[in-house]
Design a protein around this ligand. Structure first.
Ligand code: B4P
Length: 189
């Protein structure tokens, strides 16, 4: 079993790379951003609660996120492993994930951190905003998402580094180049 956390600021390529990695290693993909957008599209109670938070670029509460992951994991007894994309985004989420995985007799093997500078993040997300019209890909929200990342999410790196599990990866270059860097590390685990 192989469990990976794919980490990085908004726009660093987590979603993009996860899609490619799951194919190669047969992992199950957990993107909390995708899960929340699905709730939003289905206009569930949770989705309606999350909408305004996401539009401002703030974080949805740890309680909601942890509950969502707990529900999904318990239905995946046959999985070969997981890739967590956009989760954990706070130290409280990381601690809760460790507890949950331990209950299931599993653990995180590695956190791969995509390292991308601020201006590049803004350009990528503005471009996606133009191409796909995602409500949170506008300049004001992007800047807040980056600030929220710096304040609340970046400490998660230290959490895994202390456990000897953090591996930083240069997130600049073509999508295929970055994919080669990531799969090189995963393949050697
Ligand atoms: P997410 O859906 O996780 O969105 P994201 O961090 O902005 O990154 P994403 O994965 O979509 O983009 P990617 O880097 O792949 O979160 C959205 C919101 O949901 C959050 O703001 C929050 O409100 C909420 N949320 C989600 N998880 C939560 C949690 N755990 N706790 C609390 N709240 C949570 O790619 C971005 C763009 O870059 C794409 O257009 C891509 O094509 C492009 N790109 C990728 N790689 C590139 C490359 N190498 N070169 C050029 N462009 C590239």
């Amino acid at each position: 079993m192989l469990n990976i956390v794919l980490f990085g600021p908004p726009g660093s390529g987590k979603g993009t790379q996860s899609e490619k990695i799951i194919d190669k290693f047969g992992l199950t993909h957990f993107s909390t951003g995708d899960m929340l957008r699905a709730e939003l599209a289905a206009e569930t109670e949770l989705g309606l609660k999350a909408r305004s938070i996401m539009e401002k670029g703030e974080l949805v509460s740890d309680e909601i996120i942890i509950g969502m992951i707990r529900n999904k994991i318990s239905g995946e007894a046959e999985a070969k492993g997981f890739i967590f994309d956009g989760f954990p985004r706070t130290v409280a989420q990381a601690e809760a994930l460790d507890v949950l995985l331990e209950e299931l007799g599993m653990k995180i093997d590695v956190m791969l951190g995509l390292e991308v500078e601020r201006q590049e993040l803004i350009e990528r997300l503005l471009k996606r905003g133009q191409d796909q019209g995602r409500a949170d890909d506008n300049l004001e929200t992007i800047e807040n998402r980056i600030k929220v990342y710096e304040d609340q999410t970046s400490p998660v790196m230290g959490y895994y580094d202390t456990q000897g599990k953090y591996r930083g990866v240069n997130g600049l270059g073509s999508i295929d180049e970055i994919y080669e860097r990531l799969t090189g590390i995963i393949g050697a685990l």
